[in-house]
Every structure is written in C-alpha cells, then in structure tokens.
Design a protein around this ligand. Structure first.
Ligand code: CO
Length: 158
C-alpha cells in the first residue's frame, strides 16, 4: 500500500463529476487500499477517489475508534433533519467552517466485494457520507458558505 498525493483546491479534478465503477477489479482494490492508507496517513475522516486524482465513485470513511468503511457508487436515498456542524476537508487544508448538514442519512452503495449495502448513519458518519458523496459530484463544503469570511483558520495547536 502507498499513501497517495491529495489534490488541493482549486485542482480541477475536485470539480468534475466522478464516474460510476462498473467493475471492482484488482486496480480498484489497489486504489481502495491506497485510499485507506492515504486517509490514515493524513489523519482524516473521509476521502473520495477524485481527491487523489482518480475520478471514480469510491469513498472511504474512518470515524474515530472504528474500522475504515468503503462505499462504491454511493447514493443518498434519504436525508432527515438539519443541524449545524463544523466541517473541514483534506483538500482545503488549514481551514474549517460551520455549515448545515442532515441529522441522519440513508445510503445505498456497493462494498468492496460488490455486494449491495444499505446503511443508516448519524453523527459524524452521516456528515462524512454527505461530504464525500458531494466530492463525487464536484461539490466542496465551501460552496455552502455565503461568504469567504465564514471560513475559519484551524488552530494548529489542536
Ligand atoms: Co473533503
């Protein structure tokens, strides 16, 4: 496994719409392993394949004290509620901002074995699923801000 280079805004690969995965072959398995390694090396919560320059609909998410989760061709099928959350992104280093996200989401996706999975998520996992699926559609969390003034510098001490 190898950690990959994370593309940083305004890299155009972050603004494209990623393509559906049609075959979960060896190259896709290797990409998933490398994405997990990249996410863990960067101490992030989630990573979309286009953030490492590969425009495919694959995301990996790892919330604290849990194993890494892999979602291929993920789709949100239901969103409930609304809440304010602090959000950052590995492709926008050094900043975070408060935005609105759902309280819970239901998604469907394939796992890395190609099996259809459905999952209901809350809290950080729900937020991460929305954030990473946005990436696959070329959307960044800063798109939800009314003004750049809402973007806050992260305290490097934390
Ligand atoms: Co991000």
């Amino acid at each position: 496994m190898a950690a990959l280079k994370i593309r940083v805004n305004p890299d155009p690969v972050l603004r494209g719409k990623a393509k559906r995965v049609t075959s979960i072959d060896r190259s896709v398995q290797r990409l998933i392993d490398n994405m997990i390694e990249t996410l863990q090396t960067a101490s992030g919560v989630g990573l979309a394949a286009n953030q490492v320059g590969i425009p495919l609909r694959i995301i990996v998410i790892q919330v604290p004290d849990e194993d890494a989760l892999v979602f291929i061709n993920p789709e949100i099928v239901e969103k409930k509620g609304e809440r304010l959350v602090m959000e950052g992104c590995l492709s926008i280093p050094g900043y975070h901002a408060e935005i609105k996200r759902a309280e819970s989401v239901k998604i469907k996706a394939k796992n890395r074995e190609g099996k259809l999975i459905r999952k209901k998520a809350q809290d950080l996992l729900s937020q991460a699923l929305e954030h990473e699926i946005d990436h696959l559609n070329g959307v960044l969390y800063i798109d939800y801000l009314d003004s750049e003034d809402q973007l806050l510098k992260v305290d490097p001490e934390k």
